[in-house]
Ligand binder design. Structure first.
Ligand code: PMP
Length: 276
C-alpha cells in the first residue's frame, strides 16, 4: 500500500490509500477521462496556468464540463499542504460514474475528480530509445487517460532497456511515448509541427519560446525517420523529464554527440527559465 501520498477525490482530501472508486466510473470502463501532470521544482509550480488551459481544452474537445476554478483550488491545496521541494501533482477528471455501462453517457452525469501529489527528483537523464509505428488513435492532441497505444509500444521496448520510443506514422515522426521530440541537424533545431497526432506539450512550447527568443535557427514541420540519420542530437521534452537527450537509438545507424552545442544551450536556457 502507498503511504502518505496526499490526494483528493471528489473534493475530499485524504491519503491516497483511503480512496475507493466505483467500477462504474467511466474512467474505469471507457478511459473517458482527461488528466494533467503539473510539476514543481524548488517549491515552485512550473507553468500551472498552461496546464489548466490544456485541461480545459481537453475537456471542451470531449464535451466534458469542468469547473477549472475548483481544479485550481484543489491543486493549490495539495501543493500548499506539502513540504516536498520537487515533485508533481497528477490531476484527473472523468466524465463521471454511470448507473449502467453504456457508450452513450447520460446528459446529467457529473464529473469525477481525482488528484494526488508525489515527490520526485528531477535528474538529468540520458535515454536509450527504440523506433516504432505510432498505433494510437486520431486525437492524440487531447490529453486523455486512454494511453494504450503508448503503453503497448513502450513496454514492447522495455525488455531492451529502452526508456522511450520515437513513434512515426508512415515514416513521419510524431512524438515519444510520453514526451515530445526535438533534433538537431547542422545548426538548426527541428520538431514535428502540432497536429491531431501529437500532444501540444507544455515543455515543448516553453522550449520553443526560448529558442525563438534566442534567435536560434528553428523549424517545425513534417519530418521523416530517415531525417534522423543526419541528426547530431535528439532530445525529448516533458514536464517530468525536462530536456532528456538520447544517447542510443537501437537498430539505427546514428552518431549522437552528448556535448552538442544546441542541446547544451537549450538545457541551460530551460534550467534558467524554470529556476526563475
Ligand atoms: N507527448 C505525450 C504523449 C505525453 O504523454 C507527454 C507528457 N505529458 C508529452 C508529450 C509532453 O507534454 P508536457 O511537456 O506537457 O509534459
Amino acid at each position: 500500500m502507498t503511504e502518505n501520498i496526499q490526494a483528493v477525490y471528489q473534493g475530499c482530501f485524504k491519503d491516497l490509500n483511503e480512496i475507493k472508486v466505483s467500477p462504474m466510473s467511466r474512467a474505469y470502463l471507457f478511459s473517458d477521462s482527461i488528466y494533467e501532470v503539473i510539476p514543481f521544482q524548488n517549491r515552485k509550480l512550473i507553468c500551472p496556468q498552461e496546464h489548466f488551459r490544456r485541461l480545459s481544452h481537453s475537456a471542451s474537445e470531449l464535451k466534458i464540463i469542468i469547473d477549472i476554478q475548483k481544479v485550481q483550488e484543489e491543486v493549490s491545496h495539495l501543493f500548499n499542504n506539502s513540504s516536498h521541494e520537487d515533485g508533481y501533482i497528477y490531476y484527473q477528471i472523468s466524465r463521471g460514474v454511470d448507473d449502467i455501462r453504456s457508450h452513450i453517457y447520460s446528459p446529467d452525469i457529473s464529473n469525477e475528480t481525482f488528484g494526488y501529489l508525489t515527490p520526485i527528483k528531477f535528474l538529468s537523464k540520458s535515454l536509450k530509445v527504440g523506433i516504432c509505428e505510432d498505433i494510437r488513435w486520431g486525437r492524440c492532441d487531447i490529453k486523455t487517460t486512454s494511453l494504450l497505444g503508448n503503453v503497448m509500444q513502450m513496454n514492447n521496448f522495455n525488455n531492451q532497456n529502452c526508456d522511450e520510443i520515437i513513434m512515426h506514422r508512415n515514416n513521419i515522426i510524431t512524438e515519444g511515448g510520453a514526451s515530445n521530440i526535438f533534433f538537431v541537424i547542422d545548426k538548426t533545431i527541428y520538431t514535428p509541427k502540432l497536429s491531431k497526432n501529437i500532444l501540444p506539450g507544455i515543455t515543448r512550447d516553453l522550449l520553443i519560446d526560448l529558442i525563438k527568443e534566442n534567435k536560434i535557427s528553428f523549424e517545425e514541420g513534417d519530418f521523416l525517420i530517415d531525417d534522423l540519420t543526419k541528426a547530431s542530437s535528439i532530445w525529448f521534452t516533458s514536464s517530468t523529464k525536462g530536456i532528456a537527450d538520447v544517447t542510443e537509438v537501437i537498430d539505427f545507424n546514428i552518431n549522437l554527440d552528448p556535448n552538442n552545442e544546441l542541446l547544451k544551450k537549450c538545457k541551460d536556457l530551460y534550467n534558467l527559465k524554470i529556476s526563475n
